[in-house]
Design a protein around this ligand. Structure first.
Ligand SMILES: NC(=O)c1ccc[n+]([C@@H]2O[C@H](COP(=O)([O-])OP(=O)(O)OC[C@H]3O[C@@H](n4cnc5c(N)ncnc54)[C@H](OP(=O)(O)O)[C@@H]3O)[C@@H](O)[C@H]2O)c1
Length: 318
């Protein structure tokens, strides 16, 4: 089978397509024929060597999340032909990623789409972002009628956070770059602010929000926008540590979250997708052989949706 791998740390050009052995299953595991995946910041940190937590030695594989269909199983919990998605999460000793033709994963780590439901490949753009957004909104204890601000709203995490906050009947405002303003409104945000303009100052001083999900920028910049006792949820650990001192002074509750890989959360999200309550917002779509370009273009601004990596082959239910 094919696998995208890197044999040394470096810029995106280190990514290459290799032929590797098909993984053999252990008890409790399933084999997923992959259809699509996303790109995340942590992929870039692993590949460049900025974060050296992705196992010892080479080759290593990129990719954190995946959408696909079960082709083989050694688990009684799930049958071949079922559509699933999965997040590998931090697997420090494994070196493996989801940019592969077939992925072996424990059945306790897959989210199941409803039986008989076959998602479009586009749905793969949601996996990690939606899981992160769900964890963030639950940490924020979002309930109906609250005012929520999503910062970094036009990206993979933010576009899912807007939709899920609306699903919970909260009122959502968004902070995004110029390219993402219309998308945020389309997904259900009421007020949309441009992070590149001064109008954001008024938002920062408003004290209006019950909770703020910060998926970009510095967490401490947004503390003033939360009411006293309001919750600020940060998706980056480094931002969390820097925000704690000012949060304590302002009587705000600051929480750092990790997406994790909960099967229950993934299955809950799959149900939202099947019911049409959560849809992918795709800013850029790439073929798997163009993964290096996807890495290269990540984080260069102008974001209006998540990045989708198409794995270039059609999987069917049988
Ligand atoms: N904790 C976890 O498990 C976990 C999981 C997934 C992701 N994350 C983190 O979550 C963050 C968001 O990920 P993502 O994949 O959604 O990123 P993304 O797709 O690149 O989206 C980032 C968004 O933030 C906007 N932005 C950039 N600078 C900003 C600023 N100073 N103020 C407000 N908005 C700004 C961008 O707009 P422009 O491009 O137009 O500037 C874009 O809309 C990343 O830091 C990532 O590492 C954490």
């Amino acid at each position: 089978m094919w696998a995208i791998q890197y044999h040394r740390y470096g810029d995106p050009s280190v990514l290459q397509r290799d032929e590797v052995c098909l993984p053999s299953l252990r008890p409790g595991e399933v084999l997923i024929e992959t259809v699509s995946s996303g790109v995340s910041d942590i992929d870039l940190m692993y590949r460049s060597g900025r974060l050296r937590m992705h196992g010892v030695g080479f080759p290593k594989q990129p990719g954190f999340d995946v959408l696909g269909v079960i082709r083989d199983t050694r688990s009684v919990a799930v049958q071949p032909g079922r559509w699933v998605w999965s997040v590998l999460g931090l697997e420090p000793s494994r070196r493996r990623g989801t940019a592969v033709e077939y992925l072996r994963v424990d059945s306790s780590r897959i989210g199941l789409f409803p039986d008989g439901y076959a998602p479009e490949a586009d749905i793969g753009a949601l996996t990690l972002g939606a899981l992160t957004a769900l964890k963030s909104l639950r940490a924020a204890r979002v309930v109906a009628g609250q005012r929520i601000l999503v910062v970094g709203a036009a990206g993979a995490v933010g576009t899912a956070a807007i939709q899920l906050a609306r699903f919970f009947d909260a009122n959502v405002d968004a902070v995004a770059g110029p390219a993402g303003q219309d998308l945020c409104r389309h997904l259900g945000a009421s007020g949309v602010f441009d992070h590149t303009t001064v109008s954001v100052d008024a938002v920062q001083a408003s004290g209006a929000y019950d909770a703020i999900v910060v998926a970009a920028g510095r967490g401490k910049d947004w503390l003033g926008a939360a009411r006293p006792g309001g919750r600020i949820v940060l998706t980056r650990a480094d931002s969390w540590i820097k925000t704690i001192p000012s949060a304590t002074r302002g009587r705000h509750r600051v929480l750092g979250i990790a997406a994790g890989h909960s099967a229950a959360n993934l299955t809950w999200l799959a149900q939202r997708v099947a019911e049409g309550q959560l849809t992918p917002a795709i800013g850029k779509s790439y073929d798997i052989d163009d993964l290096a370009r996807a890495h290269h273009e990540y984080g260069h601004g102008g974001t209006a949706g998540a990045r989708l990596i198409r794995h270039n082959h059609q999987a069917g239910p049988n």
